[in-house]
Design a protein around this ligand. Structure first.
Ligand code: G3P
Length: 220
């Protein structure tokens, strides 16, 4: 499963990318607003140090506006994935932009039928919002399982499932178990993935016992 980081914070993104385990980045208008920085400058800077897909979302709601913004965003860098919302104009923009060779990430997905429409429109990625479904008392991960089952029924559907709105490390595990192609997560969730108290305890014990030997390992 690919790991994307869901953030527009340059410092957080650079720290995550330095692990060598980050495959892409997703942003959205709220994350850009939170960064307090210019949208295009921020996306351009992210693309300068992230090799994988970097999602940048249009804010127009009409087809012509989405196409104009999407083409401008796609021109920022070759690894831009234009993000469009799951609306009829968004799906039409997805089809046109995909036909023009752009990567398209269809976002704000909350149902399997929406995901089926996005795949038929040629989306590169579909972003089901797991956490926001959980927030309203439905099983967000069930949507990932439904989309996986549907996409696997039809070879022609090549859209990658990008599990989004990830709230905790369990969502990452469950998304992998459900067969999501990508999970996009906040930087803090990415950092938490490695944590386990028994690992920390075990390493401390190894080092304490090693200390008692008085030995050191030669270095080159
Ligand atoms: O960026 C799309 C998605 O990850 C948003 O997550 O936490 O705002 O529901 P959240």
């Amino acid at each position: 499963m690919k790991f994307f980081i869901d953030s527009a914070d340059i410092a957080d993104l650079k720290a995550a990318v330095a692990t060598g385990l980050v495959d892409g980045v997703t942003t959205n208008p709220s994350l850009i607003a939170k960064s307090g920085r210019n949208f295009v400058d921020t996306v351009r800077e992210i693309c300068s140090f992230v090799e994988g897909p970097v999602s940048a979302e249009v804010t127009a709601t009409d087809l012509d506006g989405m196409l104009a913004e999407g083409r401008a965003l796609a021109a920022i860098a070759d690894n831009i994935a234009v993000k469009v919302p799951l609306t009829w104009p968004g799906l039409r923009a997805c089809k046109t932009l995909a036909d023009e060779g752009c990567m398209v990430n269809v976002t704000l997905c909350f149902s399997a039928n929406q995901a089926l429409l996005a795949a038929k429109a040629g989306a590169t990625f579909i972003s089901p919002f797991v956490g926001r479904l959980d927030d309203v008392g439905t099983d967000g991960m069930e949507l990932i399982r439904e989309i996986r089952a549907i996409y696997d029924n039809y070879e022609a559907l090549e859209t990658e499932i990008l599990a989004a709105s990830i709230r905790h490390p369990l969502h990452v595990k469950d998304a992998a178990m459900a067969g999501a192609d990508v999970a996009t997560m906040p930087p803090n969730i990415f950092r938490q993935l490695i944590d386990h108290p028994l690992t920390d305890k075990g390493l401390a014990a190894f080092l304490a016992d090693w200390q008692k030997t008085g030995q050191t390992i030669p270095r080159k």
